[in-house]
Design a protein around this ligand. Structure first.
Ligand SMILES: *[C@@H]1O[C@H](CO)[C@@H](O)[C@H](O)[C@H]1NC(C)=O
Ligand SMILES: *[C@@H]1O[C@H](CO)[C@@H](O)[C@H](O)[C@H]1NC(C)=O
Ligand SMILES: *[C@@H]1O[C@H](CO)[C@@H](O)[C@H](O)[C@H]1NC(C)=O
Ligand SMILES: *[C@@H]1O[C@H](CO)[C@@H](O)[C@H](O)[C@H]1NC(C)=O
Ligand SMILES: *[C@@H]1O[C@H](CO)[C@@H](O)[C@H](O)[C@H]1NC(C)=O
Ligand SMILES: *[C@@H]1O[C@H](CO)[C@@H](O)[C@H](O)[C@H]1NC(C)=O
Ligand SMILES: *[C@@H]1O[C@H](CO)[C@@H](O)[C@H](O)[C@H]1NC(C)=O
Ligand SMILES: *[C@@H]1O[C@H](CO)[C@@H](O)[C@H](O)[C@H]1NC(C)=O
Ligand SMILES: *[C@@H]1O[C@H](CO)[C@@H](O)[C@H](O)[C@H]1NC(C)=O
Length: 259
């Protein structure tokens, strides 16, 4: 009876001494992997009292996800956690809290980019003989927007337009009476170098125009130009005619006087 109690006391003392020596450490590996909607973290703990228990909290929301530790026979144990249902291209501040210590580590990670929504308010107008495209940035960019890409009748215009472009004028002349299918897409490029573009159906239009009076083709423009030049010369011409007629009247009057 007395012996048994003694052993128990000894055991207790031993653990107490061990607890003083053991230096508990936990590390969130820098090498976290982020997708557009999840973050995978690796955690390493040393000297944790079994069972190891760590929680990862995102943005102090109060909702924590436990780290899963693989069984280990030595002092170092690795674990992992995947945080899901996250928003693309969003910064998350992750806080690790282990049973032994609080506020053990934080890591700021941004989720990967994703497909943006289509550019807004896409408009095509004929100005002279060139089609002009106008648009506004996507309402849900899901990233920094890498570039904009214009496609006309299935042929993409190269190179893509830079990410702050909101206007484009077609190089080729618009041919009256033809239908041009024009679309503009916004694209992001993710960490795996995948090009993720908006759905072209959301910003596609068919342009058709036959009105030669509003939108003349090259020769029509030339002729209207000639017309305006002629119109400009006409008033001067009429002044000249008036002057000529005045001279003529004077001359005639002179002739009348002479005769
Ligand atoms: C684990 O604890 C031992 C003492 O028991 C200590 O020497 C060692 O540094 C600790 N390991 C880590 C990674 O903290
Ligand atoms: C984590 O990254 C920081 C800076 O990016 C670096 O100073 C530190 O050494 C890295 N730690 C590990 C364990 O890789
Ligand atoms: C993340 O990307 C996958 C495809 O890679 C997609 O199915 C999923 O909807 C995306 N998540 C979000 C939140 O957009
Ligand atoms: C502890 O385990 C890790 C992997 O589980 C291994 O890399 C390491 O060498 C082990 N250390 C010892 C002292 O056994
Ligand atoms: C999380 O916190 C960071 C700053 O720590 C902030 O920039 C980010 O927008 C927050 N994310 C969410 C989803 O609230
Ligand atoms: C850490 O977790 C414990 C429970 O495991 C909780 O009581 C404590 O508030 C947490 N601390 C932080 C900073 O999240
Ligand atoms: C312009 O339209 C008129 C009728 O509106 C037509 O008679 C004429 O041929 C057209 N010219 C061209 C170049 O299409
Ligand atoms: C052509 O343009 C003129 C000038 O803007 C306009 O008055 C006319 O209604 C247009 N005709 C058609 C068929 O659109
Ligand atoms: C331009 O208009 C003229 C008539 O004014 C017509 O003969 C010609 O085919 C038109 N050119 C184009 C490219 O539409």
């Amino acid at each position: 009876m007395y012996r048994f109690i003694l052993i128990l006391i000894v055991c207790h003392v031993q653990t107490a001494i061990a607890a003083e020596i053991i230096k508990f450490t936990a590390t969130i590996f820098n090498k976290s992997t982020a997708t557009n909607d999840s973050i995978f973290l690796m955690v390493e703990v040393a000297n944790c009292s079994s069972p190891c228990s760590c929680l990862i909290q995102k943005n102090k929301t109060g909702i924590s996800t436990p780290v899963k530790f693989s069984p280990s026979t030595n002092a170092t144990t690795t674990g992992s956690v995947t945080l899901e249902n996250l928003q693309p291209y969003t910064v998350y501040s992750l806080e690790m809290n282990c049973s032994q210590v609080t506020n053990i580590g934080t890591l700021v990670v941004r989720t990967d980019v994703f497909r943006p929504s289509p550019p807004r308010d896409f408009e095509v107008q004929l100005n002279g003989h060139h089609l002009e495209l106008k648009w506004k940035p996507p309402s849900i960019p899901h990233g920094p927007i890498n570039d904009y890409r214009v496609t006309i009748d299935g042929i993409e215009i190269k190179p893509p337009l830079n990410n702050n472009a909101l206007f484009y004028r077609m190089d080729k002349n618009y041919i009256l009476g033809t239908t041009n299918k024009i679309s503009i897409i916004a694209c992001n490029i993710d960490t795996q170098e995948r090009i993720l573009c908006s759905n072209s159906k959301g910003s596609e239009t068919s342009y058709f125009n036959t009105n030669n009076s509003t939108n003349p083709n090259i020769s029509a423009t030339k002729s209207s130009l000639t017309n305006s030049i002629m119109l400009n010369t006409l008033p001067n011409g009429s002044v000249l005619i008036q002057q000529i007629s005045l001279v003529t009247i004077l001359l005639m009057k002179l002739l009348v006087i002479i005769y």
